[in-house]
Design a protein around this ligand. Sequence first.
Ligand SMILES: [Zn+2]
Length: 223
Amino acid sequence: MRGSFILNEGLPRRWDEVLGAMPEATSALRRTAFRQLLLGRPVPIDEAAAAAGLSSDSAREAADLVASVGMAEIDEGMIIGIDGLTTRETRHRIVLNDVALWTWCAYDIVGIAAALEADAVGNTQCGMCGREIEVVIRGGDPQGIAAIGWLPDETCSNVMAEFCPSALLFCSRAHLDVWKTDQGAPSGEALSIESLAERGRSDWRRLIPADGSSSVKRRPWWT
Ligand SMILES: [Zn+2]
């Protein structure tokens, strides 16, 4: 992951350092739950455990750890959100290969569709004026979207709480600049939709089997 590590003992630990306490179990659980969520329904933790080759106890412990850093949403033994994708209604909608889902932030719409080389239509709102922004992606490539994205600094201890609320799209550079001033000049990067897609391919790659990439456009690996 990019960014510098926070070494000061008094500060909350970085989310990816926390997941490093159970690297294999949390990775297996995230990959499995992500794949199953693509079908558009919540994933029982016990079912994810079996698919990931984990015991129920390990899977529950891993799920709690992932949720504790804002990288999973758990509701009554079901994983309803993982790594940005959720069955819970949010202000960021995505229809991903004909499956209706939501995401935690606008970056997730672009990044997840790009990483999956998917056809997707996303709907979000400009972070400054609230105007609707439609994101159309074909085969993982954004289709001529003029909006500009903001990617906040990722060095945080809880992704959903600290990163996602400001990983937004804006209808113009001018609207992004107004928002940044209002927010007190936060640290992060302004990126085109194409650059967000490129970043997303790298950020979500670990959740996608390497052998699925060649045929994904015709026959997605999760079907
Ligand atoms: Zn705007």
